[in-house]
Design a protein. Structure first.
Length: 134
């Protein structure tokens, strides 16, 4: 197969898609590793961590699904080009961009939450207080 500009465009586009999706998956895996490294998780307080991070889990799922839907729409548009974007693709792009704000906000909030030293030190009083606040 001769690598022309037309073929290279599709390969480059596919590389961008795979890179974006792999970074989202790696971010989720990194979150899981960080949660497992906390002292609160080791003593069985998973619900304490998940109570503070459920916004992030919902945001990463929504963002990943919207990214996949948008990428599939872009692939369809490159295979069957039109002179204009369909209304559904415009709407999907607007929703994806709005969800990206929500996603990045929740990512930053979760990073700040998990960087709290109380999750890593054996602060039994704070952990007992969190268990009683169910």
């Amino acid at each position: 197969m001769k690598l022309t500009l037309g073929n290279y465009k599709y390969i480059l586009f596919l590389q961008f898609i795979l890179t974006q999706d792999s970074f989202i998956i790696m971010e989720y895996a990194l979150f899981i590793f960080i949660v497992h490294a906390t002292c609160v998780y080791e003593i069985g307080g998973t619900q304490i961590i998940l109570r503070n991070c459920k916004l992030f889990l919902a945001a990463i799922l929504i963002y990943f699904l919207l990214s996949g839907a948008q990428q599939m729409s872009y692939i369809y548009m490159t295979m069957y080009p039109k002179t204009y974007w369909p209304e559904g693709l415009r709407t999907l792009t607007c929703i994806h961009r709005a969800a990206s704000l929500f996603y990045y906000f929740s990512t930053k909030r979760t990073a700040l939450t998990l960087s709290d030293p109380r999750y890593y030190a054996e602060n039994i009083d704070w952990i007992a207080e969190q268990f009683s606040n169910k």
